[in-house]
Write a protein that binds this ligand. Structure first.
Ligand SMILES: [Cu+2]
Length: 215
């Protein structure tokens, strides 16, 4: 019985020490010595029903002055699949700066990783060249060259400007209400155990109980 009490105590301690698991975008510092800005790794695939759609079609960045490392996976290969690109154009002359058909065509089953720095939503740097990316209205537009007219586009948005945040607060609050509820139940179980034990002479001493030959 003492082991049981120890176990319950350990569980209680573990519950209060283990922090809530809140997913945080991976932020790794760039080159040491250089002014640090975070790097965000994002994987984008395509619609699994065969539609010319990116999945996801929205990338939310937590801040500007961030390096975005994108892996575009052409993960729909049924019936031979389709060749796609993940491209970003210069808003000034519509020239494709990131991933044209020569450098960016991704065959079915293949993938392509590349990264660029977002100085602001109107200025990004790719391979040392800064330009104003095409706007999506609220953020940065990206698209597939062969299927743009079929609606295969996506956008990079800045968190806070567009993302709804109240839900997160409710989730964390619900988490703590749950934890407190579980802890209170466990605490009450332990208290009940000692109350019952102390109020009943029969359970004061287990060895004595056995010596008397009681069940
Ligand atoms: Cu496409």
């Amino acid at each position: 019985m003492r082991n049981f009490v120890l176990l319950v105590t350990a569980v209680l301690v573990a519950i209060f020490i283990v922090p809530p698991t809140i997913s945080v975008a991976s932020a790794t510092p760039s080159l040491p010595g250089v002014a640090q800005s975070p790097k965000l790794y994002v994987t984008v695939g395509v619609d699994q029903g065969g539609a010319t759609r990116f999945l996801p079609a929205t990338i939310i960045i937590p801040q500007v002055n961030i390096t975005l490392n994108i892996t575009f996976v052409n993960n729909y290969t049924v019936g031979g699949g389709m060749v796609h690109t993940f491209s970003i154009a210069n808003s000034d002359d519509s020239a494709i700066v990131i991933n044209n058909l020569t450098t960016g065509s991704v065959a079915p089953g293949a993938n392509l990783s590349f990264e660029f720095h977002i100085n602001s939503l109107t200025n990004i740097t790719y391979k040392g060249v800064s330009f104003t990316p095409e706007s999506s209205g609220q953020g940065i537009r990206w698209f597939c060259i062969p299927h743009r007219n079929a609606g295969m586009t996506g956008e990079i948005l800045l968190a806070g400007l567009t993302a709804p945040t109240p839900e997160k607060g409710i989730l964390i609050r619900a988490y703590w209400i749950g934890i407190i509820g579980i802890a209170a139940t466990l605490a009450w179980t332990i208290i009940s155990y000692f109350i019952i034990k102390s109020s009943s002479p029969h359970f004061k001493n287990h060895a004595e109980h056995v010596r008397k030959g009681l069940p």
